[in-house]
Every structure is written in structure tokens, then in C-alpha cells.
Ligand binder design. Sequence first.
Ligand code: AMP
Length: 213
Amino acid sequence: MRLILLGAPGAGKGTVAKMLTAIDGSVQISTGDILRAAVKAGTELGKKAEAAMKAGELVSDDLIMGIMGERLKEDDCQAGFLLDGFPRTIPQAEALKGLLEKMGIELQGAVNLNVPREVILDRLTTRRTCVDCGAIYNVKSNPPKEEGKCDACGGSVVQRDDETKEAISKRLDVFNEQTAPLVGFYDKEGLLLDIEATSSDVVVDAIKKHVGI
Ligand code: AMP
């Protein structure tokens, strides 16, 4: 599959991407995961991105396009890719279009996951993440077996720095201002698949139907 997953923070892009990778071996490419790993490792990229991320703001388009220009050339992308959290601005979407044209790659769709704001707020404030492997938990619906410890790798399960109430509110404002316009962009491109996304299973079924598998 070669898809873009659009939707607010907490809409379920990461969960759906993981379910889809298991179907056909496509890779999930999450710019948020790449940036968090860079911050953790203390690289130049991490240092440049850290302040904006903590504040719930976007990292610059140039930095993101530098990362994605390299990432999409890697061999594992030949099996297909699910873009999770990218593009997030119209300039990123335009740059991606040029990049894919140059590489001779056609997208199969841009899937917009629609989830009501109250559901998003509840999901994000109760979400917890493993600092080592990135596994996602939820204190209400899916807590780790042992509090604060990842079931998969034993790493620490914590609340992300940008999942405080203030940062979440900022991220949702940034989403509405800068990322929501991408729905219109991909509609014009004839690529949009708009889905009510309260259940990940329903989303995955709709996507499978859309790409014909
Ligand atoms: P995410 O895990 O996708 O919610 O991303 C976490 C944070 O990383 C965002 O709030 C931004 O600060 C940054 N980020 C991730 N992807 C992008 C992107 N495509 N453009 C700009 N900033 C991004």
C-alpha cells in the first residue's frame, strides 16, 4: 500500500498504520517517531526539533522534507509505505507530490480519519507511550500489565511531554490551522478517502476495500 494517513493527533493514525503493515509488509513512516528518536539520541536533528515539539508546534518544513527525502529512498519502502503524521502542511504536501513524481511513485490514497474532538481529548490525556519501543497504551482501556512497564520490551511507559493539557490544546489548534486544509488538497488531487474513525477495525476494512485487497 502507498497511503497517507491524515487526521488529528489521537485520531488513531499510528494504530491503523500498525494494523496495515501486518497485512502486506508496507512500512509505517511516522515523522513523530523519527523526531522523538532523534531527540532521545541527542542528535543535531533532535536538538533542532525539541523545543517546537515540546510546545506542540510544528517543526520546520525544510527539516521534515530533509528527513522524508532520505527516508522514502530506503529499500524497505519498495513494499509500500503508510505515511503517519506527514505531510502536515500544504508546503509539505506540495513538496511530497514533487518528490514522488520524480521517483515515479503513485499514491493510492490519502485517508482522513475523522474523530470528534471530545474523543481525541480523552484519548490523548489518557494515552501512555513506551520510551523504548514506542508501544502505545491507555490508562483506561489498555493499561500495561504492570504499571509503568511495557508489556512488549519492559521499557518505561510514560506520558509524552507533548501530551499535557496545554500542549494537546496547542497541537489541536495547529492541526486545525495547518493540517486540516490538506483534506481539501487531496480531495482536489482525487486521492481523498474520508472515514468516520471511531473504530480502527472499521477503518482498516474500508482501506482494504479502497486499495482492493
Ligand atoms: P506526532 O507523533 O505525529 O503527533 O508528532 C509529534 C510532534 O512532532 C508534532 O507535534 C510536531 O512537533 C512534530 N512533527 C511530527 N511530524 C511533523 C511534520 N510532518 N511536520 C512538522 N512537525 C512534525
